[in-house]
Design a protein around this ligand. Structure first.
Ligand code: HEM
Length: 447
């Protein structure tokens, strides 16, 4: 299949002595290929141009993409800044901690990080809360017989993240729609006209923020209520340099977004892999029967190695966050090249996650990679969550909820002797950017 590149743009150019990938379109650059066909685009660029090349992200400009593993290590360096994230998606991520550096970043992160560690999650009873919601949902799937998987997992994840935050779960489909419009802000052309993605995205952001502002006001008014928003409000109110409500609202929006799209995609991929590989399903059912119930604490997760391996291997094959942007603050040595200060960088997590440098037979889905390993998990084994000061806050939560989901699914289905089967092809409709996900239309049957 031809790649979505501009056949009229074949000229080989250099910027700062580094090749620019040909095939960019006016205005949108390489975005069509980045969104729909990123793995092949990266492979072709590496094959034809080497380890360093420029990709054109349309409205976000050119990013120097480096497929050398040094680029991943760069995430731990003080010589790169996350402020570029805010420039790429000002309406979406402006003022959020993911786009900040140094002390400002630490202050905002410190206000929420404890709640997301195993101890905080256990104290808040999150595992038991999630187990209830997940069990009810997978039983409903079994009773219905078939589902369109991504909208279903999207809805379930939104419900979970709302319950975690202590937000009443009303109007979930509306929130879901607003988030999709919001994400379009990352790739929307900067054309400010009614009905176009830019204005729709801004309207969605205003809709979401107005509701979050109300939740913050409610949390202040009923301080006794539990939920992460309450903890965040008190932590933010306590912090020395009192942070404004705008910062609080922006960071709650970030948490909902981070905890929703990425996990919904991973969960949908897990079901798809279980449906297309019967041996995986059999191994999972065996484990679920042995364990007997959905785990609720991190200390129980060691009893579910198959479910954990499924989670890690699914995310390795289908990382939900494919690319991370950074700006070089100093001149950097990246692989064999020196990169000038000020360069905009793209760190392709997707490339490393599926790279032969890190994994034997990287294209094969192998639970044994995880089941047979003897050393502890290293940063490169969970590179899908980033590394360094911005490493994903939600990692422990995701690990718990994915294992819970696998076990709950297997227990519910084996009760009536059914298993997941694919009703549609998987190849078409996959997306890789701004977040990656399987096709919206894939249907799975339980029979
Ligand atoms: C499969 C699911 C997930 C994946 C693959 C994922 C991936 C990532 C990655 C790659 C980063 C690093 C961003 C960077 O360095 O610029 C990140 C940061 C972050 N994630 Fe996740 N994430 C997931 C789930 C979650 C969940 C469930 C939450 C919260 C409920 C969450 C909240 C955050 C936050 C707040 C940050 C910013 C941390 C910081 O900048 O200090 N994520 N995530």
């Amino acid at each position: 299949m031809a790649m979505l590149l501009n056949p009229l743009n074949r000229r080989h150019r250099l910027r700062d002595d580094i090749p620019v990938m040909p095939g960019a379109f006016p205005l949108v650059g390489h975005l069509p290929a980045i969104v729909c066909d990123l793995p092949r685009l990266l492979q072709r660029a590496e094959r034809t141009l080497g380890s360093h090349f420029w990709l054109d992200f349309g409205p976000a400009g050119h990013l120097m993409t480096c497929v050398d593993l040094d680029a991943f290590a760069m995430l731990r360096s003080k010589d790169v800044s996350s402020a570029l994230i805010e420039e790429i998606a000002p309406e979406l991520l402006g003022g959020t901690l993911v786009a900040q550096d140094g002390a400002a970043h630490r202050q905002a992160r410190d206000a929420i990080k404890a709640a997301f560690l195993p101890k905080g999650l256990t104290q808040a009873g999150i595992g038991a809360l999630f187990a209830r919601v997940i069990r009810a949902r997978v039983q409903a799937w079994r009773d219905r017989g078939d589902v369109t998987i991504l909208p279903e997992t999207g809805d379930l994840m939104l419900k979970l993240i709302f319950s975690l935050m202590g937000i009443p779960a009303q109007d979930l489909p509306e929130w879901h729609r607003k988030y999709r419009q919001l994400l379009q802000l990352i790739v929307a052309p900067r054309v400010d006209l009614p009905g176009l993605p830019l204005q729709r995205g801004r309207a969605a952001r205003d809709w979401i923020d107005a509701r979050l502002r109300q939740f913050v006001r409610d949390a202040r008014a009923h301080a006794a209520r539990t939920g992460l928003i309450n903890d965040m409000v008190s932590a933010f109110d306590r912090s020395g340099d009192a942070l404004s409500d705008d910062v609080l609202v922006a960071n709650i929006r970030l948490l909902l977004l981070g905890g929703h799209e990425t996990t919904a995609s991973t969960m949908a991929w897990m079901v798809i892999e279980l449906a297309r590989q019967p041996v995986l399903w059999d191994a999972l059912v065996e484990e679920a029967q042995r364990v007997g119930s959905v785990p609720t604490r991190h200390t129980d997760l060691a009893q579910c190695p198959v479910a954990e391996a499924l989670f890690r291997e699914t995310l390795r094959m289908h990382p939900a966050t494919t690319l991370l942007p950074r700006r070089a603050l100093q001149e950097l040595q990246l692989g064999q090249r020196r990169i000038p200060a000020g360069t905009h960088l793209c760190i392709p997590l997707l490339h490393f996650s599926t790279s032969a440098l890190l994994h034997e037979a990287p294209d094969q889905f192998r639970l044994e990679r995880w089941l047979q390993r003897t050393e502890p998990i290293r940063p490169v084994d969970m590179l899908q969550f980033g590394t360094g000061p911005h490493v994903c806050i939600g990692y422990h939560l995701v690990w718990l909820e994915m294992v819970q989901f696998c076990i709950a699914l297997a227990l519910a289905m084996q009760k009536t002797g059914v298993r997941p089967r694919l009703l549609s092809g998987v190849e078409k409709g996959q997306r890789y950017y701004p977040t990656a996900h399987p096709s919206m239309t894939i249907r799975v049957e339980f029979s």
